[in-house]
Design a protein around this ligand. Structure first.
Ligand code: PNS
Length: 160
C-alpha cells in the first residue's frame, strides 16, 4: 500500500492544509495526517481537539476522501513513519521562505530513515495563510471565514 504522512501542528487546520491533504489523498492509497504533540509548544487547541477538527473538516469536504486517517505523533517523525509503514512525507510549500527549513528537515529525515519528502505547491489562494496568522487575526476580531474549515471557524469564535 502506498501510504503518505502529512505532518504538522495543525493548531488549527487551515484551508491551505486541507487542500494539501485532499490533493495528497488522490495520489496515495492512504494519507495519515500526523498531528504533532510538542510539549514545549503552547497550543490553542489540545491534540485531541486538533485531531477532531481535522476529521470533521475532511468529512465535510466536498470531495470527501475515505483514505485519510488522523493520528497523533510524538517524538521523531521518522519513528512515526516507521511505525505506520509510511515511505513518503507530503509537505505544502507556500513560498521560497518555507523552502530552506523544509529542505533541511527533508534531508535529515531521509538521512535518518530513508523517508522521502514530496513538496506540493500550495494553492495560490492560500499562499499567505498560516495557523498563527489565522489565530492572530481571529483573536482581534478579524474575519477568517473562507480561510479555515467552517468547523474551525466555529471553534475559533468560541475559544477566542
Ligand atoms: O506545522 P508545523 O509546526 O510547522 O510542523 C512541524 C513538524 C511537526 C512537521 C516538525 O516539527 C516535525 O516533523 N516534528 C517532529 C519532530 C522531528 O521529527 N524533528 C526532526 C525533524 S528533521
Amino acid at each position: 500500500m502506498r501510504r503518505a504522512a502529512c505532518p504538522g501542528s495543525f493548531d488549527p487546520i487551515t484551508n491551505g492544509h486541507l487542500d494539501i491533504i485532499m490533493r495528497a489523498s488522490k495520489l496515495f492509497d492512504e494519507v495519515i495526517v500526523a498531528v504533532s504533540i510538542n510539549k514545549t509548544k503552547t497550543t490553542l487547541f489540545t491534540v485531541d481537539e486538533r485531531m477532531e477538527l481535522i476529521r470533521e473538516a475532511v468529512r465535510d469536504h466536498p470531495q470527501a476522501a475515505t483514505n485519510v486517517v488522523v493520528e497523533s505523533s510524538h517524538g521523531l517523525l521518522v519513528d512515526f513513519c516507521r511505525a505506520h509503514d509510511v515511505a513518503s512525507i507530503v509537505k505544502g510549500l507556500r513560498a521560497v521562505s518555507d523552502f530552506d527549513y523544509e529542505l533541511q528537515m527533508a534531508q535529515m529525515n531521509n538521512r535518518l530513515a530513508g523517508v522521502e519528502t514530496l513538496f506540493m505547491s500550495t494553492n495560490p489562494q492560500y499562499a499567505f495563510l498560516s495557523s498563527s496568522l489565522v489565530k492572530d487575526v481571529a483573536r482581534y476580531g478579524g474575519d477568517v471565514s473562507g480561510l479555515v474549515p467552517d468547523i474551525v471557524l466555529k471553534h475559533l469564535r468560541e475559544r477566542l
